[in-house]
Write a protein that binds this ligand. Structure first.
Ligand code: ATP
Length: 239
C-alpha cells in the first residue's frame, strides 16, 4: 500500500485578475516522497506553490495538508503546522545577519537549546554560512542566499518542504551543492515538493514527477520512467 498523501491538491484554479494561470490542477505528495514539478517558463508552477502556501488566493478547488483543507490559511500559520516554502528568489531578510535569518526561521519554536542545536546543524550542512554568521544577508552571493533560505526553512522543522527553483541562477558547483542538500534533507525523512526548470536533475532525485504546461498537469508518473520517456526527453531534457 502506498504512503498517505501529506499534501493533496485537487481541481486547483488560480487567476491574476481575469487571467487564469492555473486551470484545474490535481496532484499529491505522499509521506516521505520527493516529488518534482517541472515545466517551462510561465507554466504556472510558482503560482501553484504560492496558492498552496497561502500567498495567493485559490479561485477554485482545494488543498489538503495532513488530511485537512488549508484553503485560505496564511503562510505563517502553515509554517507552524510544518508546511514550509523556500520561495523563488530566496526571500532572505537582507538587513539581518545570517544568524538572525536562521533564528527567524524558528519563530514558531521556543525551545532555545533546540534552536541553538539546529543552527549548529545548519552550519554543519553549510560551512559557508558559519564563516559568515554575522554578515548581512543582503550582501551575500546568490548561492549563499539560497543556502541561507534553505537553512532558514529547515529551522522550522518542516514536515513538507516546498522548494521553488532552488538552482535558478547558480553556478554549476553551487547547483551541485544545493541538489546534494535537497537529497540529504529527503533522506532524513522530510517530504519534498521540488519545482525546477532543471528537469533532468529534478527527476533524477525524485520518486515521482509531474509536468505542468499552460496551467495544467500534462504528464505524471514514476520519475525514473519519465527520465526515459521520449516525450519528456524531447520537451524538457533538450533532446
Ligand atoms: P517560471 O519557471 O518562469 O517561474 P512558472 O511555471 O513558475 O514559470 P508562473 O510564475 O506561475 O509560472 O506564471 C504562470 C502565468 O501567470 C504566467 O503566464 C505569468 O505571466 C502569469 N503571472 C505570474 N505572476 C503574475 C502576476 N503577479 N500578475 C499577472 N500575471 C502573473
Amino acid at each position: 500500500m502506498s504512503a498517505k498523501a501529506l499534501l493533496k491538491v485537487s481541481g486547483l484554479k488560480v487567476a491574476y485578475g481575469g487571467i487564469q494561470a492555473v486551470k484545474g490542477v490535481d496532484f499529491e505528495v505522499r509521506e516521505g516522497e520527493l516529488v518534482s514539478l517541472i515545466g517551462s517558463n510561465g507554466a504556472g508552477k510558482t503560482t501553484t506553490m504560492k496558492a498552496i502556501t497561502g500567498t495567493l488566493p485559490v479561485m477554485a478547488g482545494d488543498i489538503e495538508f495532513l488530511g485537512k483543507s488549508i484553503k485560505g490559511r496564511g503562510a505563517w500559520d502553515l509554517v507552524a503546522e510544518g508546511l514550509v516554502m523556500v520561495p523563488e528568489g530566496r526571500g532572505v531578510f537582507a538587513r539581518m545577519t545570517i544568524t538572525e535569518n536562521l533564528q527567524i526561521g524558528a519563530y514558531i519554536r521556543n525551545d532555545k537549546a533546540g534552536i541553538a542545536a539546529d543552527i549548529d546543524r545548519i552550519f554543519g550542512i553549510f560551512p559557508r554560512l558559519k564563516e559568515r554568521a554575522t554578515q548581512l544577508a543582503g550582501t551575500m552571493s546568490g548561492g549563499e542566499q539560497q543556502m541561507l533560505a534553505m537553512g532558514r526553512a529547515l529551522m522550522a522543522r518542516p514536515k513538507v518542504l516546498l522548494l521553488d527553483e532552488p538552482s535558478m541562477g547558480l553556478s554549476p558547483i553551487m547547483v551541485d551543492k544545493i541538489f546534494e542538500v535537497v537529497q540529504d534533507v529527503y533522506k532524513q525523512g522530510v517530504t519534498v515538493l521540488l519545482v525546477e526548470q532543471n528537469a533532468s536533475r529534478a527527476l533524477q532525485l525524485a520518486d515521482r514527477g509531474y509536468v505542468m504546461e499552460s496551467g495544467v498537469i500534462s504528464m505524471s508518473g514514476d520519475a525514473k520512467a519519465m527520465l526515459t520517456d521520449p516525450k519528456v526527453r524531447a520537451a524538457y531534457l533538450g533532446e
